[in-house]
Design a protein around this ligand. Sequence first.
Ligand code: HEC
Ligand code: HEC
Length: 405
Amino acid sequence: MKRIVLLLACFALLWVGCKEEEPIAIAPDETDPELKAVQRTLLHLDYDYTTNLPRYLLAAGLQPVPVNNAKAALGRVLFYDKSLSQNGRISCASCHDPTRAFSDLMGFSVGVSGERMERQSMPLANTANFAAHYRPLDEHGSPPLLWDGRATSVQEVARLAITNPHEMNMTIEEWIARIRARDYYPYLWRKAFGHAKPTETEAFEAIAEFVGAIGAANSPFDIAMERNAGNPQGSITTDTVRSLYYGPIITTRVVPPPFFTVSEFRGMRLFTNHCSSCHSPIRPFQTVFEACNGLDLEYKDQGKGRRTKKLKDNGVFKCTSLRNVALTPPFMHDGRFKTLREVIDFYSTGIQHHPNLHPLLRNFDGSPKRFNFSEQDKEDLVNFLKMLTDFRPGGDVRFSDPFRR
Ligand code: HEC
Ligand code: HEC
């Protein structure tokens, strides 16, 4: 009997010993109740948010904007915090889902009211680097935000989303009061701003820091471009990138460059000839940022025109980036097309003779272009659009939901 007890005691000791060897993810700090509140509610938050842009994008003129990691970490929590909406069920992420390139699959997004919104949610990971993309780069300035271009900063959009009765339906005062009432914010605020009394400006700044850090520069297209642009000296110039991307406009080349399939390469040619001015995946090569693309003769939603009340703005919408486009159906401001194939069919034969139709989509006599794409062309274009999409499942942990459930 004694022996059994002794043996059991030994096992118990061994077991305790093993337990003590196990690594502890975050060392609990008994002395800091603010940190304990964070650890109780949230997952790991310490990440480096700076985007590593591929060299070919740097060469083309994009620059990563330096990110303040403490502010971005705080912004991530605010972005996912459902308790900051009127019914406690909606956060920014409800309509900007990280597994859907920060868009959603609904034709019209649904907020706290349960009613459908008037327009499709927009993807946020759709740019090489959101902040870099929206930074003014040239005389065209910074492209505006939202389908009708009515905002110029993420701060402004966030304020609209929080106060919109169909989105989060809060007054800014209620919103800040809720932030102040949550026990996990003081610690995060101190790290980001050096004090623990949240203000409105700081909250928006943190959200913008997080959204600005979201990047999508790792699609098969980026990988192929980077590999093709690379040379032993490691120096890539704008000209290298431009010639790889645009190449000779009328090309007889049938053999694709390395890392492109024949179909993707043909799709890229069609795309750079007909679509790139408005939708370039290499932002410095995009020249048109808003346009009427002739979806309708009479628009139900006049887009920019509804806001400015000017005839010339009717039917004008933002030219969205097509990075990650395969993850964000349905398409267009009203989600009218379910598949990329339907979009291509529209551009092939369906462009309407709207008075504001952009000149790039008109023939010399002013009539709408009929691209009349062949079956093969359509397949090639869709394959190229898929190449702009990063399909890796789960997305990037730095941008994922930080709440323990
Ligand atoms: C109920 C759904 C919903 C919620 C919640 C929501 N959004 Fe949006 N978001 C949209 C829709 C719809 C659009 C396009 C709206 C338009 O153009 O009128 C959009 C557009 C945007 C854009 C513009 C993107 C671009 O390329 O122009 C940004 C940035 C954005 N939202 C950030 C946020 C942030 C930050 C939050 C949280 C504070 C948030 N959104 C909450 C639905 C939502
Ligand atoms: C003159 C500028 C212009 C040209 C050229 C153009 N587009 Fe567009 N495109 C737009 C605009 C503006 C929108 C948004 C329209 C809306 O929702 O009302 C759009 C929307 C789209 C969308 C939907 C994006 C989304 O997130 O819902 C796709 C896909 C698309 N275009 C592909 C193409 C392809 C492929 C070509 C070439 C065959 C092309 N576009 C040529 C301006 C253009």
